[in-house]
Design a protein around this ligand. Sequence first.
Ligand SMILES: [Zn+2]
Ligand SMILES: [Zn+2]
Ligand SMILES: [Zn+2]
Length: 800
Amino acid sequence: MKRAARATLTRTAPGVECRGIDEMNSRRVRLTVDGSVQGVGFRPYVYRLAHALELHGFVRNDARGVVVEVEGSTRALERFIQRLPKDAPPLASCGDIVREDIAPLGSREFTIDESVPSREVRAQVVPDSATCDECLRELFDPMDRRYRYPFVNCTNCGPRFTIVRGIPYDRPLTTMAAFVMCADCRAEYDDPRNRRFHAQPNACPRCGPRAWFVDAAGHVAPLGDARDAIEAAAVALLNGAIIAVKGLGGFHLACRADNDVAVQRLRARKVREEKPFALMVPDLAAAHCLVELAALDEQLLNGRERPIVLARRRHEARVADLVAPRQRCLGLMLPYSPLHHLLLADVGNPLVMTSGNVSDEPIVYENGTAIAGLATIADFLLLHDRPIECRVDDSIVRTIAIGGQHQAQMLRRSRGFAPTTLRLPVATPEPLLACGAQLKNSFCLVRERDAWLGPHVGDLANYETLQSFIDGVTHHEALFSVTPRHVAFDDHPEYLSTKYARARIDASPEQLSLGVQHHHAHLAACLAEHGECGPAIGVIFDGIGYGLDGTLWGGEVLLGDLTRFERVGHLRAVRMPGGEAAIREPWRMTCAWLSELSPGVTPALPGALVGQVRDAKWRSVARLVRGGIASPYTTSMGRLFDALSVLCGGPPDVSYEGQAAIELEMMADEEEVGRYDVQLCGEDGALMMDARPLVRGAIADLDANVPAATVAARVHNGIVDATTRICHLVAEQRDVNTVVLSGGVFQNVLLIERTAEALLAAGLRVLVPQRVPPNDGGIAFGQAAIAAARAASSTAIPIT
Ligand SMILES: [Zn+2]
Ligand SMILES: [Zn+2]
Ligand SMILES: [Zn+2]
């Protein structure tokens, strides 16, 4: 029809050339696209789309994203606009597209223009992505010029976030700047039809980074019969060696997962007594041999983020027991960089792949530091010369079933996910920084509704980690061009993130400070990731967090929204004898809870502790409980689980955070439906969960030789029941129907699944953390949501 109309026009307008008529018909639009559109093949995609539709104009990166101007027939323009977000390349995700109709310029071609340098940077940085299928084919094709080249990548895959130094994402602003492309690579890079058009890390064996293999002294190791450094590393691994492997975001320590001696040596050298190690397996088939995988687990394993996925271990799995002592699950990941693909293919065997660090320090990411620091652990190192700009650990996810539906839950958000933008339900009027907590720290930067939750930093307790936190904040501020005006932090005065925030505010008083209660942040994080503002009932079961009354909270029922909260219920408080010492020595919490059962009397040493804790030590801790010296009150649910774990035969001393509580979960008989009672009583207007009957019930059963597995299950069921009753009461009294389950204790699958099920059965709506961790890795996001909501509602921000 359009053609006919045009033909008519030609006849009725003699003397006007065809070209002129085209111009009269031609329209031009400018489209401004934000979102993740840089460094993901978006411009060549736009180029190809424009060509296919015979549109002219240009595309270029700018500080906010991508600008496209296209000119042509109305129909072609509309089809272009319609297809633009829909057919975008795999790593791209369009945010808002702003359309502007402008005057036609008579463009005769479509071009990809140079980026415009700008001061105001708004573009998004894309996470690193696993090697795509096409690159993999090249990697294993002996006829390809990139055969066995460990840095093969293209626009659809490869490093991004870990190599970016600045925005716009162009090669000079990446750690690839030092490598000059050879003629072949350059030709691919310049050809809009090529998969590597403007692939910033494009490289080949002639011009790109290389890998090499050294011994613990840093001397290049002889390759022997091996084809290359990677095969040499594989041979050493097969022979039982421990190898430090430089990957995408930092170093791993690797050894054979089926070799008890190697795993034992790795544990001893890394001083990591019992915390589970992650594994890397060559492919999905190998994963199936080790763990049970639901469809969603497979999707997560195979996704381009390539996280570690926790899944139930198969009995017959050939993995050394020391990999994950007394755990139901193994943490598995698939290779995500070409170097890992080659290594795993050469080894052909599952490998332990644990973060390359010394005890609690952050992951090592530089060659020099690795030789200096990891050589005491590793026999050899597999190094490469592509610098890592921003270190990132592996992410950890698992699936849980809520209301019969499997869903993913993030436990550590880092490689592959950071720095994807999370949207807040409320926009902040001015940029802000949220500093997070102490353990599992991450920080969060916000502009308007865009929140960038930085990668997992870890436990700030040591200097190296604190430094990595400060560097990370600085790097992200520059990368996202955010100058925070509000600085949010945890109420805990001793957290190093709090001290950092306060020092920052002292240094530049134009920044406004906002202290956020720890468990309120847990509640807000979950609300905000679901795009909600509340109000909701927040069941926050946690390790410990600083409470408003100066005691240590952690078994809280809050009623609140993004700006405020009220504490409507909590676990009965007990002493935490010796303070922090009770975290490392859970038997102290056993002593505290037993002392609650018989006030004023020193409880007898429970059977499980005979021979484990000296009687004199037990009595002195009981004295601490009675006298209250150096023994703050705590309502922590994590500590209650600790106390009961020890009674059931769990570890009296732990070597990693939450170990005793985790072991209680692992012990629990999943078929058992019995439970112990938790009493609900009113106290100061709030409901108190008195767990003394529960502890008494557990002791009575253990004394009657009921198996620990049954007791552990009944403890879980008792907490589930009490939680459901308290939520039901609050929901009725306060007319709120939504319950949020969050806090570190809800990493317990049994607890979160059963609690959610019971709440749903009671007719309540349940929200659980999915994309942001339930543990303290989610605190910064919660702080950010609260700070944004308070700033937006201009409620007085308490200056603390
Ligand atoms: Zn690729
Ligand atoms: Zn090249
Ligand atoms: Zn917490």
